[in-house]
Design a protein around this ligand. Structure first.
Ligand code: GLY
Length: 391
């Protein structure tokens, strides 16, 4: 196993009692939030640790319904199913009317909300919405370069690029292939994954956030950051998306290249972690006062648990143990324990921190973030039992 894993031994794995307490806290928070967030979406990040209500227009709107579905699975209570199915109607309306859907984040939106609804309770509107979203994602595939264009008008030279996060949008395409019987979704998902493998991982095992391709020839051009500290740094969430993304790719296309790349990415990540296993927002920073990104740790824990389900024996156990340590740290030192402090689950996430060297807007710094909450809940769920993924 990775030598770097030894560094993680400073944090105790979460215990069964702690998992039960953490699950109770999260389910209670979901229940408390239902009146405010059944007919409204949560903002991508909290403001002063409280999520405002927003319309269902952001790339992050799927995570809150995903958390409601996890609460439904944890309790079996109809109130959660009822609320989550109200969100499905909002997602069906969004994709039918193409409301803020001209981007690649269809998987982040439709896997935890609508694929989950179909898998868990057979919601046909969820199925239809998710298939429409998969079609929308397919429409963003660029033949020249073999990738899914992340943002902006299709073919625009200043946006002829994909981003590392997109690996988590690919499961929607695999689901759509299986559900529709049409291979095209899977073919494009595999092509995008192979393009990512070819270009996005640097020789030092860190990742480029975004990667430009040549619109004329389809050749790789260069990496650039949007949300990391600067172009040659490693954005902590990007590295987490890559780790979880390799596990997801390996599930849908078992291939040693994904496992080897997962190991390399994880090794880099672990070497850059502070002692409590929760990274600073960019892996350039290993100590000091920069904000953390707790969501990166939550995503990585889910990636570890996903890969643990796909590999054998001692290796799987090591990955599970590491995830249990990371989630232990989140529960003990980052989780919301007092609802007067926050309406989220996990504090100290970072959405976009502006620097002189990046292009993001700068928001959601040292706040709860919708995906951080969701992946923390997913990791807890995965630690309690064998879980059928929404992804
Ligand atoms: N996928 C965008 C982000 O992680 O902020």
């Amino acid at each position: 196993m990775l030598e770097s894993v030894n560094r993680s031994q400073t944090v105790a794995p979460i215990t069964a009692t702690e998992i039960a307490d953490a699950m109770d806290a999260v389910v209670a928070q979901v229940r408390r939030n239902l009146p405010e967030f059944t007919y409204a979406a949560q903002n991508h990040s909290s403001v002063g640790n409280f999520y405002p209500q927003v319309p269902n227009t952001q790339w992050t709107s799927g995570f809150w319904p995903g958390s409601i579905w996890l609460a439904y699975e944890a309790t079996g209570e109809r109130i959660f199913r009822y609320a989550a199915q109200i969100h499905v109607q909002s997602f069906l309306n969004r994709i039918r009317n193409r409301i803020e859907t001209d981007h690649h984040d269809m998987g982040f939106l439709y896997s935890p909300s609508c694929v989950a609804a179909f898998k868990l309770v057979g919601d046909e509107d969820g199925r239809q919405a998710a298939l429409l979203a998969a079609d929308q994602l397919l429409d963003r595939f660029q033949q020249k370069g073999q990738f899914i264009q992340a943002w902006g008008p299709m073919g625009a030279p200043d946006n002829y690029r994909y981003i590392i996060d997109c690996l988590l949008n690919l499961p929607l395409l695999h689901w759509a292939s299986a559900e529709s019987g049409r291979d095209i979704y899977r073919e494009k998902a595999l092509a995008h994954a192979h393009t990512t493998l070819a270009n996005s991982i640097r020789p030092d095992n860190s990742t480029h956030h975004t990667f430009y391709m040549d619109p004329e020839t389809g050749a790789p051009v260069r990496g650039r950051t949007a949300q990391g500290y600067r172009d040659d740094s490693a954005w902590a969430r990007g590295q987490a998306w890559a780790i979880a993304g390799m596990a997801a790719c390996h599930r849908y296309e078992p291939d040693q290249r994904y496992v080897d790349t997962f190991d390399r990415l994880l090794d880099f990540y672990l070497r850059r972690l502070p002692d409590d296993l929760v990274p600073y927002w960019d892996l350039t920073f290993t100590d000091g006062d920069e904000p953390r990104d707790s969501s990166s740790a939550a995503i990585t824990a889910c990636g570890l648990l996903e890969m643990a389900d796909l590999v054998e024996g001692a290796r799987a156990e090591e990955l599970r143990a590491l995830a249990a340590r990371m989630v232990g740290s989140l529960w003990r030192d980052y989780a919301v324990r007092d609802t007067r402090v926050s309406n989220g689950f996990v504090l100290h996430g970072t959405y976009s921190k502006k620097t002189p060297y990046n292009t993001c807007t700068g928001e959601g710094v040292d706040e709860c973030v919708a995906w951080g909450d969701y992946y923390y809940f997913e990791a807890l769920t995965r630690l309690t039992r064998k879980w059928t993924s929404y992804w």
